[in-house]
Every structure is written in structure tokens, then in C-alpha cells.
Design a protein around this ligand. Structure first.
Ligand code: PMP
Length: 359
């Protein structure tokens, strides 16, 4: 029964959702498309999960996520009141957009960047403008010196992997003291400089990180933000206005165990960075153009073969990488760094694909 043309559909919030990378069920695949870590989480995570009794799940978790907040605070040398945790950094970022980007002026982010920013802005009705990366794929701080309602960018940037040094981040902050500046450091552990030391100087800086990449826990969904106490209080107020119990009990136990195992974290990072650097050299020797990456992925393009063709040829061989059909980057592939063995299979397959095409 419908009284008015359009009915309830007229009042629906129209959104164009973010499209995450595929999670295929192909058992023989090599999955290099969503920047997961190829190594398992710390063995302490397994122990922590085993020690949980399933009876504990009868009870709601601690709404303040105290153990995890304290562990993050201790690891980064900040006060617990400066830490906010969420269900992956996507959840943290979504909450931060909702909390801090409430101006009539447009928020700013790079034209080539994490494509979720646009989606959150549209979903919450936040006006935005994109700022072009330079010709050599850098974020130019000078271009962020204009009227805005807030700024967000990843460092290193995604999907390019290109990092800015701390002084460049500081330059953006110096020009934008009256709005919140969010630095999305999802990939920072793979070799970039964190903005965390700038917290002493700027009360409008929010640094967001995740357990999904450097701590191998994408499946657990744990992210966090560190900032000035007042900023964190505002973020928590919004979060508590939506959902009191965001972090479930297994995530609290597993996340706490993971962040305390610094040795394992360092070892895994070293392996991935070493693999990344040697794969980059080998791809360059094959004629690929590779951006300088400080992340757990490489952003590459071949002068003779369109990226889309390479993407499809790799997929036929059960190797999944990421291709973005977007202006400026539609001739690039984003390749997550896997194990050395997985990367060898990738390199062999690319050699074969290029050779077959040449004959
Ligand atoms: N920021 C950037 C730049 C990312 O690439 C990702 C991963 N898709 C995220 C945030 C979110 O990661 P997660 O929600 O798994 O922490």
C-alpha cells in the first residue's frame, strides 16, 4: 500500500558505498589485494584467545575498553585519556568525521587517496574538496593553506605508499590551527615518520592507526586514535551516543596481547620491508615504474602493458592484486607485500605474462 508517489523511499539516506577489495574464496589464490599481513599475529594473541572462556561472552564487554586503551597508552607513551579505540580504523575514522567535521566549509583531502573519505563525507553530508597530489605523487603542504572545515590524509598515502616527513605534516598543522587535522597512519609502521611527537605542539591533531596491517589482525577489527584529551573526549561522546559496546571481549584480549609483543612486531615488519625493497628492485629490472613505498604495498605501472590487462592476467593465474579504475591511477596496480615465496610466484607470473605478450 502506498499513499504518496515514492512512499518511504523518498526519505531514505542515499549513499554510494565504499567498495572494499575482494575477499575471494579461491583456496589456491595468492592474495595481494587488500594489504593484509601475510604473517600470523603474535603467538601471544593465540594464547590470549585460548585463555578466554566462552562463558565470558555472556557478559557485555567493558564499555571503556580499559585494558586495551591502557596497553596502547603504555606502548606510545601517552595518557589513557588520550586514546580512543574502535572496530578497525575505519570505525575510528568514521567516528572522527562525524565528530570533528561539522563546519560549513569543505574538508580537504588529496585527490588520490583512501576512497573511503569521500564516502563518509557524502554519508554524513560533509562538504569536501580534493587537493591534487603533485606530479610526483606527493602531498604538497602549501596547497592546504586555504579555508577549510578540517583536513584528513593518510601518511603514507594510499594507494601510492608515498610518505611525507614529519616536518611536512607540521607545515599543514601550522597553517590549520583552527580545524581538526586527522593523520591516518594505517601504514606508518612500515617505514614512515609518525606525527605522534607533534601532539605536544598541536591540540587539534588526531593520529589514527590500526592493528590490521603491521600487527596482522585485520580479521579482529581493532583501530585506535591518539590525540589531545579534549579531542578524545569529544570523540568518545559521539561514540557513546551511537554504541556503548564497540569492542568485543575477544578483540580486547587479543589486541592487548598483540600490542605488548614488541619483538614479534619488529621481526614481522623487518621481513615485510625487506621483501618490499627487493621486490621493488626486481620489478624495476623488469621495466616497471614503482613509486617509493613506505607501506606494505607497492604501486606500480608498466610502460608497455596496461595495468588492467596485467590485473586480469594475474587473476587468471589466481593472483589477486588491486586495480583502481579512477582518474590518474588507472594504469597502476597496487600489490600488497606477501611472503617471499608468494612474491616469487608473482614475479615469475609477471615475467611470463610480459614474455607471452611480447611474442
Ligand atoms: N586507512 C587506510 C589508508 C586504509 O588503507 C585502510 C585499509 N583499508 C584503513 C584506513 C582501514 O583499515 P582498518 O579498518 O582495517 O583498520
Amino acid at each position: 500500500m502506498q499513499d504518496t508517489p515514492g512512499g518511504w523511499k523518498r526519505f531514505v539516506r542515499k549513499v554510494e558505498p565504499y567498495v572494499p577489495g575482494e575477499q575471494p574464496s579461491d583456496r589456491n589464490m595468492i592474495k595481494l589485494n587488500t594489504n593484509e599481513n601475510p604473517y600470523p599475529p603474535s603467538p601471544d594473541v593465540v594464547r590470549a584467545l585460548r585463555m578466554m572462556s566462552s562463558d565470558e561472552n555472556r557478559l557485555y564487554p567493558d564499555p571503556n575498553s580499559t585494558v586495551l586503551v591502557n596497553a596502547v597508552a603504555e606502548r606510545y607513551g601517552v595518557k589513557p585519556s588520550q586514546v580512543f579505540v574502535g572496530v578497525g580504523s575505519d570505525d575510528v575514522l568514521a567516528n572522527a568525521f562525524l565528530t570533528f567535521f561539522n563546519s560549513e566549509n569543505p574538508i580537504l583531502f588529496p585527490d588520490v587517496t583512501y576512497s573511503f573519505y569521500k564516502v563518509w563525507a557524502a554519508c554524513y553530508g560533509i562538504p569536501y574538496e580534493t587537493v591534487p597530489l603533485t606530479e610526483d605523487w606527493r602531498i604538497d603542504p602549501a596547497l592546504y593553506a586555504r579555508k577549510n572545515g578540517g583536513i584528513v590524509f593518510p601518511n603514507p598515502n594510499a594507494p601510492t605508499g608515498v610518505a611525507m616527513d614529519r616536518s611536512a605534516v607540521r607545515e599543514i598543522l601550522l597553517k590549520n590551527r583552527d580545524v581538526v587535522v586527522i593523520v591516518d597512519e594505517a601504514y606508518v609502521d612500515f617505514g614512515a615518520e609518525s606525527a605522534l611527537p607533534l601532539l605536544e605542539e598541536f591540540d587539534n591533531l588526531l593520529v589514527v592507526q590500526t592493528f590490521s596491517k603491521s600487527r596482522s589482525m585485520a580479521g579482529m577489527r581493532i583501530g585506535f586514535a591518539i590525540g589531545n584529551e579534549e579531542l578524545i573526549r569529544c570523540l568518545s561522546d559521539v561514540r557513546f551516543s551511537i554504541n556503548s559496546y564497540t569492542m568485543n571481549r575477544p578483540s580486547l584480549a587479543a589486541g592487548t596481547a598483540a600490542i605488548r609483543d614488541e619483538d614479534y612486531f619488529r621481526k614481522t615488519l623487518d621481513k615485510i620491508m625487506e621483501t618490499r625493497d627487493s621486490v621493488k628492485d626486481l620489478l624495476e629490472a623488469m621495466g616497471f615504474f614503482c613509486l617509493e613505498s613506505c607501506a606494505n604495498f607497492l604501486f606500480v605501472s608498466h610502460p608497455d602493458v596496461p595495468a588492467k590487462e596485467l590485473f586480469e592476467a594475474l587473476r587468471e593465474r589466481h593472483i589477486y592484486v588491486r586495480y583502481f579504475s579512477q582518474p590518474r591511477i588507472d594504469n597502476f596496480l597496487r600489490i600488497t607485500i606477501g611472503t617471499t615465496e608468494q612474491m616469487q610466484v608473482l614475479l615469475d607470473s609477471l615475467t611470463r605474462i610480459l614474455r607471452e605478450r611480447a611474442v
